[in-house]
Design a protein around this ligand. Structure first.
Ligand code: F3S
Length: 390
């Protein structure tokens, strides 16, 4: 693999031990995947930030590193909202460990925005090379923005942040971004909600595994695309998808679809994922809410009071720019938390059944929170959160 003179110096240990180790990691990864060179990245998004998922071993490893990020780098959601962890009922012992993880990342020059939607905070453009690790963020960057990133592990995304480069293989190369299979989706007469696109992604991920699907028959908006990609990355390993006439590469590249397998998805296959089981709490914002989603939730909650816990998750930067909307939501008794989410926070483990409007959360809540999950549209979620019975 070609390394330029500066890369060679780093690899030789002339720029510090941590950067040397990080370069070794990138070079090893590049060799495994046949990369011919490294490519400069615009930003990194680093997973492995929740103490719930990395534990003591991860904290020790992070604390042993000594270097600074050289590109914009943000974190994935952590186990608690940094400013409001007491209010969320987080155990002080867990909070202390989580704060130590955050402090370790801060020393490494990583921006303490903890979100799976970094694209709402920092401009990400078509063709940008990135090293992002959270699967829904990777899917959104590749598919909706047309940027280029593999799905990095936490250590390789951190290494890329500290070096400013990543091995150029996989989805960084145009030849690997072509569709493998056509999914013919057939929404029924009524408009599909974000939750329906999440449910479609939940179903489609199981059908296509790690292939690149090309959807026909749907016209999702950006939030619906976000939900579709997040769920496909959860039940499958889809890091890139295309939607006919909607996503940028489907429009620009004009892919030749001749000879590709065509799979039909019937509306009934999506509808059957929706049910009406009673729930103990409602959680929305997986992936973290956009400003438009917050506004919608505030409108639906206007004049209402929640009768069971309603958690809304969004990036701190999005909350800060929508404070009036957020206070409108919280007037109902709902809580809008930054930095964390229903899957990585230990708090959600206290509820036996959780309602979500996300296909990804539908896939993850059972294992990660030990709870039964129910999916519904945002209107249904708010109705359940504010009703006397579920
Ligand atoms: Fe984001 Fe957590 Fe969902 S990281 S995509 S809100 S599981």
């Amino acid at each position: 693999m070609y390394l330029d003179p500066e890369d060679e110096e780093i690899l030789a240990g002339e720029k510090g031990e941590t950067r040397q180790k990080m370069m070794e990691l990138l070079v090893a990864l590049g060799k495994v995947f046949g990369a011919e060179r490294l490519v400069g990245i615009k930003s990194a998004q680093v997973s492995g930030a929740s103490y719930k998922t990395i534990g003591e071993y991860g904290l020790e490893w992070l604390s042993s590193l000594d270097a600074r990020a050289v590109v914009q780098a943000v974190l994935n959601p952590i186990g608690m909202p940094r400013g409001r962890w007491r209010e969320m009922g987080i155990d002080p012992e867990f909070a202390a460990k989580q704060q130590a993880v955050i402090a370790a990342y801060e020393r490494l020059g990583v921006n303490l925005e903890c979100t799976c939607t970094p694209y709402y905070l920092h401009k990400t453009s078509f063709g940008d090379h990135l090293a992002w690790s959270e699967s829904s963020a990777v899917s959104y960057a590749n598919s909706v923005v047309g940027a280029r990133t593999n799905r990095e592990g936490g250590p390789s995304a951190l290494a890329a942040a500290l070096i400013g480069k990543t091995p150029c293989y996989g989805l960084h190369l145009g030849k690997n971004r072509k569709p493998h299979v056509i999914l013919e989706a057939k929404p029924d007469e009524t408009d599909w909600s974000i939750a329906h696109y999440g449910a479609l992604g939940y179903h489609a991920g199981k059908l296509v595994g790690n292939k690149i699907p090309y959807f026909r028959g749907i016209t999702p908006d950006p939030e619906q695309l976000k939900a579709l990609g997040a769920a496909m990355a959860a039940t499958g390993a889809v890091a890139l998808y295309h939607v006919d006439n909607v996503t940028p590469e489907a429009k620009k590249a004009g892919y030749n679809l001749a000879g590709l397998e065509v799979i039909s998805v019937e509306p009934a296959e999506i509808e059957r994922l929706f049910n009406e089981i009673p729930v103990d709490a409602v959680a929305v914002g997986c992936p973290h809410c956009s400003p438009r989603e917050l506004i919608r939730i505030a409108r639906l909650l206007k004049g209402k009071t929640v009768t069971r816990p309603l958690y809304v998750f969004a990036a701190q930067g999005v909350i800060d720019k929508n404070l009036k909307t957020v206070s409108g939501i919280e007037r109902s008794g709902a809580r809008v938390f930054a930095d964390t989410c229903m899957v990585v926070s230990p708090v959600m483990e206290r509820y036996p059944a959780i309602m979500v409007n996300s296909g990804k959360a539908l896939a993850y809540v059972p294992d990660m929170c030990g709870a039964v999950a129910r999916i519904g549209s945002i209107e249904e979620c708010i109705a359940v959160a504010t009703s006397i019975s579920s």
